[in-house]
Design a protein around this ligand. Structure first.
Ligand SMILES: [Zn+2]
Length: 115
């Protein structure tokens, strides 16, 4: 399952980033761009499956937010939000310069204080 690999990657990244506090993580916030084609519910399911195996995180929460797609119009020199996958600026100019929307990132990590 693709999503389980992603969840494992996230934990690996966190372990590297916070070797001392890794086990004290109580909440992970993720941001997934609309273009990343990651479904929050599938990530959530993969996460539940992962913590069944790695019980250190059985009380850890996961929150996934979706980021809109932002593209850049060079005629207007501004960014615009792409809706309904229409990569066209208000001025009518099409754009394929994607500023945001393809990423999956860890936006916030919360640790248990007294551990
Ligand atoms: Zn424009």
């Amino acid at each position: 399952m693709h999503e389980l690999g992603i969840v494992k990657d996230i934990f690996r990244t966190l372990e590297e980033a916070y070797p001392d506090k890794y086990e004290a993580i109580i909440k992970i916030n993720l941001e997934a761009g609309l273009l990343s084609s990651l479904q929050p519910i599938l990530i959530q399911n993969a996460f539940e499956a992962y913590v069944l195996d790695d019980t250190r995180f059985k009380n850890t929460e996961l929150e996934v937010s979706i980021l809109p797609i932002i593209a850049y119009c060079k005629s207007c020199d501004k960014q615009f939000e792409v809706k309904y996958h229409r990569f066209v600026c208000d001025c009518g100019e099409p754009s394929d310069r994607i500023i945001q929307g393809e990423e999956l990132r860890i936006s916030q990590v919360t640790f248990q204080e007294d551990k």
